[in-house]
Ligand binder design. Structure first.
Ligand code: SAM
Ligand code: SF4
Length: 328
């Protein structure tokens, strides 16, 4: 799949549910209403669409959500997709809040998953439980230990939040260093209407990086994912730190990814609303070839870049699409 700007699309992120066992305050409203179940793609439908994408050249699949591990029978999807590793698919991975990794790490590893991204914004138990509203810090720590024991490579994702974890970066970096984890710091994005002014806690990565560099020696790394992250090696720990700044246009030109929501909508860019519905044709009996044609046609509409403008954040959500539906 080559888009009009010559970029090969080889990476699909798939949200398998909008539901979550947490209510992180930057991601969801506390009284979040979830989609009716009939709107969600069934696991069979998800398998089918993913297989069509693999046939079209997708080499990397990331399963996300909502919380992917709360989806009933999720392992059957991993089983089906894991079986395609080595024949078109190179990597099958997931992003999780870690709460259920205690139970799922070993089976995921057995099905071919090698790496997991675990979201953890703070190592302060009280703060963590406030921020996630329903989260249990000890569950996540147990989950991370289980992932390591199962032989999964763990990367930590932390959203940069002024007044919340800005004073904790040293602690997070030291902890990741001790545990052998890379850390990605994510700039908060204007996703969905979460009923509070997100500007209150916005901490730009420029500021975050400048602050971290006062105490840690960072050198740019060659490590590249084709995504909006720029990695640096940390001399003191030997691990990497990635800065994921979705507003930055610097990475659009190497963008290699598209996103499928749990309702079967294909988004061509995280920051644009242009999308293509795959659920209707799927439920109307489209053949694999017809689905391929729809997807290839959609690629012609992949935009050159996104439209985020942080200075307009105070107006409220610019892109009224919850992260848990689109998949982070
Ligand atoms: N529930 C899983 C988790 O938390 O890892 C997967 C889905 S979550 C939507 C994926 C990632 O998006 C998480 O790392 C989360 O911190 C991040 N995220 C959620 N809302 C965000 C926002 N408004 N801005 C930036 N990142 C956000
Ligand atoms: Fe759930 Fe992940 Fe959103 Fe937190 S960031 S509410 S864990 S989907």
């Amino acid at each position: 799949m080559i888009d009009p700007f010559g970029r090969a699309v080889t990476y699909l992120r798939v949200s398998v549910t909008d539901r979550c066992n947490y209510r992180c305050n930057y991601c969801m409203a506390e009284d979040m209403t979830f989609l009716p179940r009939k709107d969600l793609l069934t696991l069979e439908e998800l398998q089918r669409i993913c297989s069509v994408f693999i046939g079209l050249g997708v080499q990397k699949l990331r399963i996300t959500g909502g919380e992917p591990l709360v989806r009933r029978d999720i392992l059957s999807l991993f089983e089906h997709l894991g079986a395609q590793l080595g024949s078109g698919l190179d990597e099958l991975t997931l992003t999780t809040n870690g709460a259920l990794l205690d139970k799922f790490s070993k089976p995921l590893k057995d099905l071919g998953v090698k790496r997991v991204n675990v979201s953890l914004d703070t190592l302060d138990k009280t703060k963590f439980e406030e921020l996630t509203r329903l989260g249990k810090y000890d569950d996540v720590m147990r989950g991370i230990d289980a992932a390591v024991d199962a032989g999964l490579k763990v990367k930590i994702n932390a959203v940069a939040l002024k007044g919340i974890n800005d004073s904790e970066m040293d602690q997070l970096l030291a902890w990741c260093g001790e545990r052998g984890f890379d850390l990605s710091v994510i700039e908060s994005m204007p996703m969905g209407d979460i009923g509070q002014l997100r500007d209150d806690h916005f901490w730009s990565l420029e500021e975050a990086k400048a602050d971290i560099e006062k105490r840690w020696t960072l050198t740019p790394s060659n490590y590249q994912t084709g995504g909006p992250s720029r990695y640096h090696n940390i001399a003191q720990t030997g691990q990497r730190i990635g800065f994921i700044a979705p507003y930055s246009h610097n990475f659009c030109e190497s963008c290699n990814r598209v996103r499928l929501t749990c309702t079967g909508v294909l988004y061509l860019c995280l920051g644009q609303d242009d999308s293509v519905d795959l659920r209707a044709p799927l439920r109307e009996g489209a053949s694999d070839q017809e689905l391929r044609d729809i997807i290839l046609k959609a690629m012609e509409r992949k935009p050159k870049g996104h439209d985020f403008d942080h200075t307009r954040l105070a107006d409220g959500a610019q892109v009224v699409r919850f992260m848990n539906t689109t998949g982070g």
